[in-house]
Design a protein. Sequence first.
Length: 183
Amino acid sequence: AQDCQVDNIQVMQNFNRTKYAGTWYAVAKKDPVGLFLLDNIVAQFNIAEDGQMTATAEGRVIILQQWELCAHMFATFEDTYDPAKFKMKYWGAAANLQTGYDDHWVISTDYDNYAVHYACREKGYDGTCIDSYSFVFSRHPTGLRPEDQYIVTQKKQEICLLGKYRRVQHNVSPVFCSTHRVT
Ligand code: AZE
């Protein structure tokens, strides 16, 4: 059982950002309030020589109710007291895309196959999250390996989001963003 207090959420122990670097495919997501990435979401994390983490992300979005495009996003991460908890500053390559400053918590990862990410945008008076988003990432665009599903389900439950995810589609050959990239 868990109390769903944001401050009590357990994150990845001894998080190693170097092993986390590289390409991750979103295979499931829980949406926040408002505009969000729809599908074909691929993130690429990079660690600079000084240890600074940055990322790029792509995904299909629909803006202004009708314009479908591939959002190309950039992010820089600020460290906190916990090595698995970051503050993420992000912005779009196109000026009309979103900018923001969100939490970026790594809840669990084995670095080679799966990762569970969490961000709470707004905490309520009772300490639970009232506007969160979360990604389940895989190193494989085809999805999670069956052997990773149990731990991912367990982690979804621990962050009080079990049953709130949708699968993220990756259009095969070619993926949406390789044909609809806007720079
Ligand atoms: C994330 C991985 C690390 C880099 C970034 C991520 C989040 C991106 C968004 C983008 C939203 C874009 C919208 C455009 C109209 C966590 C996937 C930047 C939240 C809504």
